[in-house]
Design a protein around this ligand. Structure first.
Ligand code: PLP
Length: 402
């Protein structure tokens, strides 16, 4: 299986580091990008709808809006759902800051729901308890953002049922999860959400260098997202408030942004999409090999909920610190010293200084905080060879003092 990836790319492409994640670029990707560069449209051309269509065909949603990052997609998703001053958005503390910052961009406030200690995803029981309390206090959230951490889907059926009961909207942050499945259906079909957001940063499952996408089944939301992506400007007479002055005419009907993806990026994305399933299969092979070869160590390995098929963006190990003679910091730094570029996902968002200044404090979300003190993201990407994986495993044993 690794063979296929070596046909195109040398795994020592950059240097001798073994990274926790990295892109895989083929000659077909390069050709697709060069074709756009030789064409008339570097941006706002036909590669954008082609890429959007490829993602829709994969995930089965009705509308896709490609943008320049998942952060932008989260921002316009919040605006399209009407988030504004006085509103609340809730998400998980175990995420990248962008999942929470999008609320602040809209002038809304953020709160968090602690994680499930087995999946590391937002805990649906904790969500229910917090909603009951918020209902009494009259501060129910307008939007909840479940994040499919490491590519493993959240408990979407339960979260969706709570949305019906308490009247909030759902944005799935599927930045880690394109190619994953929930109850045997692709993540991104929006069966249990209003909007799903993907990221195409190079460490994610497929890449456009920088890039993101929002998908939805709502015609209305798709129109809003399309407007917000590009200055709130439309050339569609149906969306205008009066007749066109002439063929040059356009109208600004909302306050949007320039969040457009370029055709160069979209061509790369469309080319990468042809290998999405391949990538996820390979990630599962790597995960299974880690599961087998790390099973005897004092580690908690990623538990997989039977409802989901993870995209395996990350493979996170948790150190059982009471069983080893090393600290979390020592193990982490020992791995980095051996050129194994491990990472840590995530520093709980509420412990960031910017959030502490808003009143959050250590101890607010103890499960996410405990998880943070034990976790390490070890190398996981389709270009990782068995030999490199063996090197990682040997280094982990040595770093743990075993
Ligand atoms: C990467 C990531 C983002 C942000 O993605 P960009 O495309 O870099 O803006 C948001 N949320 C999560 C969970 C991510 O991992």
């Amino acid at each position: 299986m690794t063979q296929a990836y070596h046909t195109y790319g040398d795994s020592h492409y950059f240097d001798n580091m073994i990274r926790y994640g990295q892109q895989h670029i083929t000659q077909a990707d390069i050709d697709a990008v060069v074709d756009v560069m030789k064409s008339v449209n570097l941006t706002q051309g036909p590669a954008i709808p082609r890429f959007e269509q490829a993602v829709l065909e994969h995930c089965g949603a009705c509308h896709a809006i490609a943008v320049n990052s998942a952060t932008s997609a989260l921002h316009i998703a919040c605006l399209a759902l009407g988030l504004g001053p006085g509103d609340w958005l809730w998400t998980t503390p175990n995420t990248f800051v962008a999942s929470a910052n999008c609320a602040l961009y809209c002038g809304a406030r953020v709160d968090f729901v602690d994680i499930n200690p087995r999946t590391y995803n937002l805990c649906s029981e904790a969500l229910e308890r917090k909603l009951l309390l918020a209902e009494k206090e009259g501060r129910l959230p307008k939007i909840v953002v479940p994040v499919h951490f490491s590519g493993q889907p959240c408990d979407m059926r339960a979260i969706h049922a709570l949305a019906q009961r308490f009247g909030f909207k759902i944005i799935e942050d599927a930045s880690h999860a394109i190619g994953g499945r929930y109850l045997n259906e692709p993540i991104g079909n929006c069966r249990y959400s209003n909007i799903t957001v993907f990221s195409f940063h190079p460490v994610k499952i497929i890449t456009t260098a920088e890039g993101g996408m929002a998908v939805t089944n709502s015609d209305e939301l798709a129109i809003q997202l399309g407007l917000l992506r590009s200055h709130g400007i439309t050339r569609d007479p149906a969306l205008m408030t009066r007749l066109m002055d002439g063929s040059w005419y356009y109208q600004q009907v909302a306050l949007g942004f320039n969040y457009r993806m370029t055709d160069i990026q979209a061509a790369l994305g469309a080319s990468q999409m042809t290998r999405l399933e391949h990538y996820v299969v390979r990630r599962h092979e790597i995960a299974q090999r880690y599961d087998r070869l790390l099973a005897e160590l004092p580690l908690t390995l990623p538990w997989q909920h039977p409802d989901g098929y993870s995209a395996f963006h990350l493979y996170v190990i948790r150190l059982q610190l009471d069983k080893i003679n090393r600290t979390h910091l020592q193990v982490f730094e020992a791995l980095r010293a051996r050129d194994i570029l491990v990472n840590l996902h995530y520093i709980p968002v509420h412990t960031q200084p910017y959030y502490q200044q808003m009143g959050f404090k250590a101890g607010d979300f103890p499960k996410a905080e405990r998880y943070y003190t034990e976790t390490i993201s070890i190398p996981m990407h389709p270009m990782l060879t068995d030999e490199q994986q063996n090197e990682v495993i040997a280094a982990i044993k040595e770093a743990m003092g075993l």
